[in-house]
Design a protein around this ligand. Structure first.
Ligand code: UD1
Length: 417
C-alpha cells in the first residue's frame, strides 16, 4: 500500500493548476446513459473514483474514449446490462447515480445498495422515495435496489433532507419522465447546477437548478454534446488552506472563486489575504492564522468536505475554535490522527473544540477517508520532522497528483510504494 512521507515547515510558494471537479464529473458521467449519442466531457480529473465510474459504465456497455488532455467521450448506444454490482458500488457510493438515468431511459435498473461507509450510514431512502413518486416500482432484495417503470411520470417531490446525489439522481430521472417534476428542498451545490447545465445542453428542460426548487419538464430524447466540467472547489479550498498554514504565497489557476465564497471568507477571517485576477486566485499569509469556528451545512454554507482541512488549520492557529459537523455522524476520524501529531482537540458528539498549539511534530498516521487524508497531509506540511501517512489510497480517490502539485510549490513530500 502506498504511503506519503512529508518533512514539514516549508512555506508553499508558486502556482498550481486546479483540476476538474470530482463531484461534478461523477454524475455527468452517469448522465451519458440518458442519450444514445456520445457525450464528451472536458476537464475530467484523473482520479480513482473516475476510474471506478469508468469501470462501472464499461461493464454496463458504455463505450469509453479517453485522451490524456482530460477529455472523455462516453457512448451509451449499446448498453448491454442494467446492473450495477455490489463489488463496484461498495467501493464508491456515487455509483448509485446510475439508478435514475438507467430507469429513465431503459425502464429498469438493478443497483446494489451502497451500505454504510466510514463517515456515516448514508442511506439512499430519498433517492428511492423520489423515484417511487415518479411511478417507479422499487423492490429491495438481496442487497439490491430493483427498480422498474414503463414510463416515469412527473411528480412533486419534497425531499426530507438535502441530498446532493439524491437531487442529481432525481433530476436525471425526471429529465426523460412524462410531464413536470418539481424537486423541493433540493441541494443547491454548484455541482448540481453544473450537471443541470450539461443536461440542458443535451436538450433537457430544467429551471431553478442552484436554488432549493428545481422544475424539470420531461423531454422524449436527449442528444449528445460536449461540456467542460467546473473546477474542483474542494481541491481549491484544500490548496488555499495549505498555503495559509505554511504562511506561504500561492496562485491557483483554473479555480472558480465564486463557487468557494464561504471558504474564502473563512480564510480571510483567519487572516489570509486573498485576491482574484483573471481566473487566478492568490493567497498570501503573513502572520499566524487566527482560529476560526464553523458549522457544516448544505451549500451555500460551510461544506462538510472542507471540515477536516480547516480542523487541521485550527490545530496550529492562535486561539480556540469550535467545529460542528452537522452532515455526517462520524466525520471526526482525523481527530485521533491529528492528536498523534500533537494537536489539542476534544470531541463531544458532533462538536470538536480545537485549542491551537505552537507546533506539531511529525509521526506515523493513518488515513481513514478522503478528506481526513487531506487534513493529515496539511498537518504534515507544518509538522516538525517526518510525517508518514499510511493508506493514502483514500487520497487518490479525490485529489489528482497531490504530492506532485505540493512538491511543485516547494513541499518536501514523496510517495512510497
Ligand atoms: C455528496 C458528495 C460528498 C459530500 C456530500 C455532502 C458527491 C459524489 N459526493 O455525497 O462529497 O460530502 O454530498 O455535501 O457529490 N441522506 C439520507 N438519505 C438519503 C440521502 C442522504 O439520510 O437518501 C443523508 C446522508 O446520510 C447525509 C446527508 O443526508 O447525512 C447528506 O448526504 P448527501 O448530500 O446525500 O451526500 P452524498 O450525495 O452521498
Amino acid at each position: 500500500m502506498d504511503k506519503l512521507v512529508l518533512t514539514g515547515c516549508k512555506k508553499l510558494k508558486g502556482t498550481v493548476k486546479i483540476s476538474g471537479s470530482k463531484n461534478a464529473t461523477l454524475p455527468m458521467m452517469c448522465a451519458c446513459l440518458l442519450s444514445e449519442d456520445p457525450v464528451g466531457l472536458k476537464n475530467v480529473p484523473h482520479l480513482r473514483d473516475v476510474t471506478t465510474m469508468l469501470t462501472l459504465l464499461g461493464q454496463i456497455g458504455v463505450e469509453v474514449l479517453l485522451d490524456d488532455q482530460s477529455f472523455v467521450v462516453l457512448n451509451s448506444k449499446n448498453v448491454k446490462t442494467l446492473v450495477a454490482p455490489y463489488d463496484l458500488v461498495r467501493t464508491m457510493r456515487a455509483s448509485i447515480l446510475v439508478l435514475g438515468p438507467m430507469l429513465a431511459r431503459f425502464g429498469e435498473a438493478k443497483v446494489s445498495l451502497p451500505g454504510g461507509c466510514a463517515i456515516g450510514q448514508r442511506p439512499v431512502d430519498q433517492h428511492i422515495k423520489g423515484l417511487t413518486a415518479m411511478g417507479a416500482e422499487i423492490l429491495i432484495e438481496n442487497g439490491y435496489i430493483q427498480a422498474k417503470a414503463k414510463k416515469l411520470t412527473g411528480a412533486k417531490i419534497v425531499m426530507d433532507l438535502v441530498s446532493v446525489t439524491g437531487t442529481e439522481n432525481l433530476m436525471m430521472a425526471a429529465v426523460l419522465a412524462k410531464g413536470e417534476t418539481t424537486i423541493h428542498n433540493a441541494a443547491q451545490e454548484p455541482e448540481v447546477l453544473d450537471l443541470a447545465n450539461l443536461l440542458i445542453k443535451m436538450g433537457g428542460k430544467i429551471e431553478g437548478a442552484g436554488t432549493n426548487k428545481i422544475t424539470i419538464n420531461g423531454v422524449k430524447k436527449l442528444q449528445g454534446t460536449d461540456y467542460r466540467v467546473m473546477s474542483d472547489r474542494i481541491e481549491t479550498g484544500t490548496f488555499l488552506v495549505a498555503a495559509a498554514m505554511t504562511r506561504g504565497e500561492v496562485n491557483l489557476l483554473n479555480a472558480e472563486p465564486k463557487m468557494s465564497n464561504v471558504i474564502i471568507n473563512k480564510l480571510q477571517e483567519a487572516g489570509s489575504e486573498i485576491n482574484f485576477k483573471r481566473g487566478v486566485v492568490s493567497l498570501k499569509q503573513r502572520k499566524r492564522i487566527t482560529a476560526v469556528s464553523f458549522s457544516t451545512a448544505p451549500f451555500p454554507n460551510f461544506p462538510t468536505d472542507m471540515q477536516a482541512q480547516f480542523m487541521a488549520m485550527n490545530t496550529i492557529a492562535k486561539g480556540r475554535a469550535k467545529v460542528e459537523e452537522r452532515i455526517f455522524e462520524n466525520r471526526f476520524m482525523h481527530v485521533q490522527e491529528l492528536r498523534r501529531l500533537g494537536a489539542n482537540i476534544s470531541v463531544s458528539g458532533s462538536i470538536a473544540l480545537v485549542e491551537g498549539v505552537d507546533r506539531l511534530e511529525g509521526a506515523k498516521v493513518m488515513a481513514t477517508d478522503l478528506r481526513a487524508s487531506a487534513s493529515l497531509v496539511l498537518a504534515g506540511l507544518v509538522a516538525e520532522g517526518e510525517t508518514v501517512i499510511d493508506r493514502i489510497y483514500h487520497l487518490d480517490r479525490g485529489y489528482e497528483r497531490i504530492e506532485e502539485k505540493l512538491a511543485n510549490l516547494g513541499a518536501t513530500i514523496k510517495r512510497l510504494n
